[in-house]
Design a protein around this ligand. Structure first.
Ligand SMILES: Nc1ncnc2c1ncn2[C@@H]1O[C@H](COP(=O)(O)OP(=O)(O)OP(=O)(O)O)[C@@H](O)[C@H]1O
Ligand SMILES: [Mg+2]
Length: 329
């Protein structure tokens, strides 16, 4: 449904995206994941015919974005980073206005409006001025205009930015409900978003695609060993060296002063039992013992940091393990 082949966009001597290639099948939801300035919006603007690529080709439903913009636009619903909703219109007026711009009239327009209002749960605010709506509701109005003409392709640029957790869940549910009947590209720099709603993830960093796979495959591919976290109440000074002597343990990393150690063993091995016995036998006080699966966040950090010269996967797990406690909702 969407085919992007080797697109490059240069602004003067800035290369915003560099030979980006990916595709989205019919009914698939693809996450375009990357840090700020990675090139997500640039790619989406090319796909929506807002501007042409410097090199390469982008096609939507078989139509070339550079040569057949009207055919492409008819098949796309687009929610830009900041939805262009007019504050002085009511929700219904705005949707009527957008529908008219798209050439919709009569029954097609009325049923399009009714369906999009229903999908986005906008019934209660349909006669209110957009300028008086909360940010979350304005975002919904942005999404409603995108689905108004029931396009087969939806391009959503960071659709949940600025929403509260409840609204985020609602919008994610909505996106999931569109899967199957629509092809969706969703850009985000929030990892849970990618795993929550998408079947496939493209990770972009510095204008280049650094990985593409299912969320599970991505983390499996980059996992070279099993990692176990152990938290000890009274670790002695030589705790790290002693843990290292447990048979089958390849490396031990310390996340002091918390008393948490990260132990690495060969892929497919589970040494939790041995570690527990060892800590108990030494009477150090076992507070916690668990395996650590490499999350998509670890993969993302590893891949997007590579360019900055930090590529040690264990280090990023150690750092992430510490950070995870603070960021978990
Ligand atoms: N009109 C422009 N002129 C010059 N450089 C630009 C222009 N638009 C974007 N860029 C640059 O292109 C790169 C990619 O920007 P882009 O907006 O596509 O990133 P993004 O992934 O959407 O980031 P964010 O998460 O912050 O929205 C950045 O380095 C940006 O500064
Ligand atoms: Mg952007």
């Amino acid at each position: 449904m969407i085919e992007v082949h080797n697109i490059t966009k240069r602004y003067g001597n800035i290369t915003a995206i560099d030979r980006v290639t990916f595709s989205v099948a019919k009914g698939e939801v693809l996450a375009f994941l990357g840090p700020n300035g990675a090139g997500k919006t640039t790619t989406m603007r090319i796909l929506t015919c807002f501007m042409p690529a410097t090199e390469g080709t982008a096609r939507v439903a078989g139509f070339n974005c550079a040569d057949q913009p009207m055919d492409v636009k008819r098949r796309i619903g687009y929610v830009p980073e900041t939805p262009p909703v007019y504050q002085e219109f009511t929700v219904s007026e705005y949707l009527t206005f957008v529908g008219n711009l798209r050439g919709m009239t009569g029954k097609a327009l009325t049923s399009g409006i009714e369906q999009s209002i229903e999908k986005l749960a906008l019934g209660d605010v349909r006669h209110r001025l957009i300028g008086n709506l909360s940010r979350g509701y304005r975002q919904r109005v942005g999404l409603a205009q995108a689905v108004l003409h029931d396009p087969p392709v939806l391009i959503l640029d960071e659709p949940t930015v600025g929403l509260d957790p409840k609204q985020i869940i609602e919008i994610r549910e909505l996106i999931k409900s569109l899967a199957g009947s629509h092809s969706v590209i969703l850009s985000t720099h929030i990892l849970p978003e990618a795993t929550a709603v998408c079947q496939r993830v493209v990770i972009i960093s510095g204008g280049r695609i650094v990985a593409e796979d299912t969320p599970d495959q991505l983390s499996a591919r980059l996992r070279h060993s099993e990692k176990i976290s152990v938290t000890i109440k009274n670790p002695p000074d030589d705790c790290l060296a002693k843990l290292q002597t447990i048979p089958g343990i390849l490396h031990v990393f310390s996340a002091q002063p918390t008393g948490t150690f990260l132990l690495e063993c060969a892929l497919g091995q589970d040494k939790r039992d041995e570690i527990a016995r060892f800590v108990i036998a030494n009477q150090w006080g076992l507070l916690e013992l668990r395996t650590i699966s490499m999350t998509l966040e670890d993969v993302f950090l590893q891949l997007t940091r590579h360019e900055e010269g930090v590529s040690d996967p264990v280090q990023s797990v150690v750092e992430h393990t510490g950070a995870a406690q603070e960021t978990t909702l």
